[in-house]
Design a protein around this ligand. Structure first.
Ligand code: DIG
Ligand code: MN
Ligand code: MN
Length: 395
């Protein structure tokens, strides 16, 4: 019997090489799993039903690889992609592991380090284009400080802008058809990262020379770490046509970045996020990649890692079905309609100012006590959402 929750190419599920390839080390313990090669990762993800794989430059090509070694590694990887029918929709640059980035990359106080970071990002973008990527993610894991004595944050923001403007100009001069997706995170691991949330990034993008090619890559864990709503961050990005990519995982509020299996923590938050992406509530469906930037528990062996990958995709598919059922539920539709009815079309009055609309606004008979008296039945509506999530809602 076919699994109704098996991943399909339409889902566009992707994983980074660094996710299922994570050997399970953490700040308090060494690796617990052997490494698996990029080719084995491509084969394993294809078998699990993924659409594609993403990478940092050094997930595939070692930092100190020679040009000939790089070309050999890339050719071998491309052969595996072809054999498995896997895509590479997104590429990014590791601007955080090597000690050269200890004081930042694009925001380092030393302009030589910023120049080195720029050059490394260029070469990573070239690799991404060679592999077919159309989205380049920028996550500034070292773009921050453990002490603000280090520099004025205004300098850091200016340097970050200079680097992104340069890379935007450069990539367009190569006639690359790329979009840049900026990924926010409030801290990692101790220092305060500049531009810490998707909201900060959306403003920052408007100050860039190539703002039209720049959008955001919100991550569940990174919005949840400071207690923010991922659903609202993604909705704001979608409303601005700036949701260029998304990192799906799970997180407990107030903890360091956990990158847990998708939906394995805040299940209701995951439900409403999937509902937003799938467009079952009425807005258009998000047609981009559904990227799982997550890692298996440290307890797992390699079989457990593939359980983790399958779990990410399966949970998404289950929640997508539940979101569709929720929005097709007659009682849900009735409560939403009652709360969104605008029989007298008052909404038009507030859409745009005119002397006529303002006169009509002043003439409205609005009784705040009568308006206040009305209940909205959100308790029943949320209970219906919970009952769909818990699988007990009939009809
Ligand atoms: C961490 O959440 C970051 C890095 O893993 C990577 O640069 C980016 C890509 O999605 N996410
Ligand atoms: Mn993360
Ligand atoms: Mn991420």
């Amino acid at each position: 019997m076919t699994d109704p929750f098996a991943p399909t190419p339409r889902d566009r599920f992707t994983f980074g090489l660094w996710t299922v390839g994570n050997p399970g080390a953490d700040p308090f313990g060494s690796r617990v799993r052997p490494s698996i090669s990029p080719v084995e990762i491509v084969q394993g993800l294809a078998k699990a039903g993924a659409y594609g794989v993403n990478l940092h430059d050094n997930d595939l090509v070692p930092f100190d690889a020679s040009a000939s070694e790089r070309d050999r590694i890339v050719a071998e990887f491309q052969a595996a992609l072809k054999d498995c029918g896997m895509k590479v929709p997104m590429a990014t640059t590791n601007l955080f592991s090597h000690p050269v980035f200890r004081d930042g990359a694009f925001t380092a106080s030393d302009p030589k380090v910023r120049a080195f970071a720029l050059r490394k990002a260029k070469h990573a973008i070239e690799l991404g284009v060679e592999l077919g990527a159309s989205t380049i993610v920028f996550w500034g894991g070292r773009e921050g400080v453990e002490s603000d004595a280090a520099r004025d944050a205004r300098d850091a923001i200016r340097w970050f802008r200079e680097c992104l403007d340069y890379l935007g100009d450069w990539s367009q001069a190569q006639d690359y058809q790329l979009r840049f997706a900026l990924e926010a995170k409030p801290n990692e691991p101790r220092g305060d990262i500049y531009l810490p949330t998707t909201g900060h990034m959306l403003h920052f993008i408007e100050t860039l020379r190539n703002k039209d090619m720049c959008g955001v890559n919100p991550e569940v864990a990174h919005e949840n770490m400071p207690g923010l709503s991922m659903v609202h961050a993604v909705a704001q990005a979608m409303e601005a046509d700036k949701l260029f990519h998304i990192d799906l995982n799970a997180q407990r509020i107030g903890r360091y970045d956990q990158d847990l299996r998708f939906a394995s923590e805040d299940l209701k938050g995951a439900f409403f996020l999937v509902r937003l992406l799938e467009g079952t509530g009425g807005y258009p469906r998000y047609e981009g990649m559904r990227h799982f930037d997550a890692h298996a528990y440290r307890t797992e062996d390699i079989d457990g890692v593939w359980d983790f990958a399958r779990g990410c995709m399966r949970s998404y598919r289950i929640l997508a079905e539940k979101a569709a059922a929720f929005d097709q539920d007659a009682e849900v539709q009735e409560i939403l309609a009652a709360n969104h009815a605008d029989a007298e079309d008052i909404g038009a009055l507030t859409a745009a100012y005119s002397t006529e609309s303002d006169a009509a606004l002043e003439a409205l008979d609005l009784d705040p006590d009568a308006l206040a008296a009305r209940g909205h039945r959100y308790e029943r509506l949320d209970q219906l959402a919970m009952e769909h999530i818990m699988g007990v809602r009939q009809g």
